[in-house]
Design a binder for this molecule. Structure first.
Ligand SMILES: Nc1ncnc2c1ncn2[C@@H]1O[C@H](COP(=O)(O)OP(=O)(O)OP(=O)(O)O)[C@@H](O)[C@H]1O
Ligand SMILES: [Mg+2]
Length: 459
């Protein structure tokens, strides 16, 4: 994966956008913290200055200007760290006491607060900013009391430095985190699109790998794999069907062709022509029946599973199908019976369901020897509504019950009877279309085929 790909990745861009939003809010928050700290510090300095000025004016009240001058001189002397600033001027502007040599040139605000820089406090060279308050004492004396902002500057600087460092760490973690998560996402999407490209390239066996974490990617990969399984199944069944059709239709067509060829070459009499034409007609009818069955199966298979279908009465369906096969069963010496619970309903396509049921009865009658019996049963079961056809014939061995549902599959034991091997394929397609279960079981003796349709129990 190229770095350029990463920068184009949606996740990375998303991570960067979130980082930008986060940074703006973090900067706003840090700015607020820094501003409120400086307001708090300034408030503290002002408190200190006012407390000190309070003490001095107390002294002035008690001991007059001498006492005040003495106290200021003493405080200026004792303030070895030179954090406090004092200046006392006489009404005519003479400096009486303090560690400041001149009155600041700046004007104070309405409350007398003033901010200025000094170069010298006491005898040492010292540059600092000072926040001071000026007072005019009774009798016109001017007093200035202030605090150097040197310490508060240091605190503010330390706070700002810590906030800046925090911000830098946040940005670094955000960028690295965004990079790592996007790389992970991009790699998984890359792997998926590589698999998809291989499938497009013709390798239908490729499947997406699952990480095992059952996250959204795994779910997507799982659905994709299921989709591919279904596509592969359809493609394979399509190619098997094509092969089967080519094979199964070639035989009767060849037969027709050689029969016509033979009669044209060797039989001049009209009767032989008539016979051949009749045989050819029967063969063509059979071919058409096969085509129709194939078309119905592919129509049923290609349809999406049916849901909102009108309800129909399965008992009526069974009665109609039994009536249709009654003469055939009688002719074969097979007893055909039907027991149907009334009041049940199945949502379905009547034509397809009738054809499926007819195919089951056709098989049962066809493969059951004379003297046997075939029964049709419609009943409510736990899972829904069951339509079953049972016979007393040879049955289907367990290992062949899956494969007889495929197109053109006929078991060796029954090859002598006419048929194309399409009847049960249609039953399977119709069952799938109606979301019904199709179960082939041993009827001891014989076979029982059960179709269980979901829902609709009698009310
Ligand atoms: N009731 C049954 N008893 C015994 N074997 C059966 C029964 N039903 C189906 N089979 C076996 O399953 C095979 C497939 O049945 P299917 O109905 O698909 O085809 P068919 O009956 O041979 O031909 P078609 O239905 O197309 O005329 C049959 O050839 C037969 O071997
Ligand atoms: Mg059949």
């Amino acid at each position: 994966m190229q770095p350029a790909d990463l920068f184009r990745a949606t996740t990375f861009r998303l991570a960067l956008s979130y980082l930008a939003i986060f940074m703006v809010s973090a900067i706003a928050l840090l700015g607020l913290v820094s501003w409120s700290t400086s307001v708090f510090i300034q408030w503290q300095v002002q408190e200190t200055v006012e407390a000190e000025a309070g003490g001095l004016s107390e002294k002035y009240r008690e001991r007059g200007i001498e006492g005040l001058t003495e106290l200021i001189a003493q405080r200026a002397r004792e303030d070895s760290e030179r954090r406090s600033v004092y200046l006392l001027l006489s009404p005519d502007g003479m400096r009486l006491a303090g560690n400041l040599y001149g009155w600041p040139a700046r004007e104070g605000d309405t409350e007398g607060w003033i901010r200025f820089s000094i170069e010298k406090v006491g005898d040492d060279q010292f540059v600092t900013e000072v926040l001071a308050r000026t007072y005019v004492l009774p009798q016109g004396y001017h007093l200035l009391v202030g605090r150097s902002l040197f310490d508060t500057r240091r605190v503010k600087l330390a706070i700002n430095r810590a906030l800046g460092l925090g911000l830098a760490i946040t940005i670094i973690l955000g960028v690295v985190g965004g990079y790592v998560t996007s790389r992970h996402m991009v790699q998984r999407v890359d792997a998926m699109s590589r698999t998809a490209r291989r499938i497009v390239g013709g390798d239908m066996n490729q499947r997406m790998r699952l990480s095992g974490g059952n996250d959204e990617f795994d779910q997507l990969a799982h659905s994709f794999n299921e989709m591919m399984d279904e596509i592969q199944r359809l493609v394979e069944s399509l190619s098997t069907v094509t092969d089967n059709i080519a094979h199964d239709l070639r035989t009767p067509l060849n037969r027709m062709r050689s029969r016509i060829d033979l009669v044209l070459m060797h039989s001049p009499d009209v009767e032989a022509f008539r016979r051949t034409l009749e045989e050819t007609l029967a063969e063509a009818d059979n071919l058409l029946a096969t085509f129709n069955a194939l078309l119905t199966i592919s129509h049923a298979e290609s349809g999406t599973r049916m849901h909102n279908l009108p309800p129909l009465d399965p008992a009526l369906l069974a009665a109609d199908a039994a009536e249709l096969y009654e003469p055939l069963a009688e002719e074969k010496g097979v007893t055909l019976s039907a027991q149907a619970e009334s009041g049940l309903s199945v949502a379905g396509d009547r034509h397809l369901l009738f054809q499926a049921l007819a195919n089951l009865i056709d098989n049962a009658v066809k493969y059951t020897p004379a003297g046997g019996c075939v029964s049709i049963r419609v009943a409510a079961v736990d899972e829904g509504v069951e339509v079953a056809v049972a016979d007393s014939g040879p049955g289907i061995p367990e290992e062949s019950r899956g494969r007889v549902l495929d197109r053109f599959v006929r078991l060796d034991a029954t090859r002598s009877t006419p048929g194309n091997g399409l009847g049960l394929s249609l039953v399977k397609a119709v069952a799938r279309l109606h979301c019904a279960q199709l179960i082939l079981e041993d009827n001891s003796p014989g076979l029982i085929v059960r179709m269980v349709f979901p829902g609709q129990r009698p009310s």
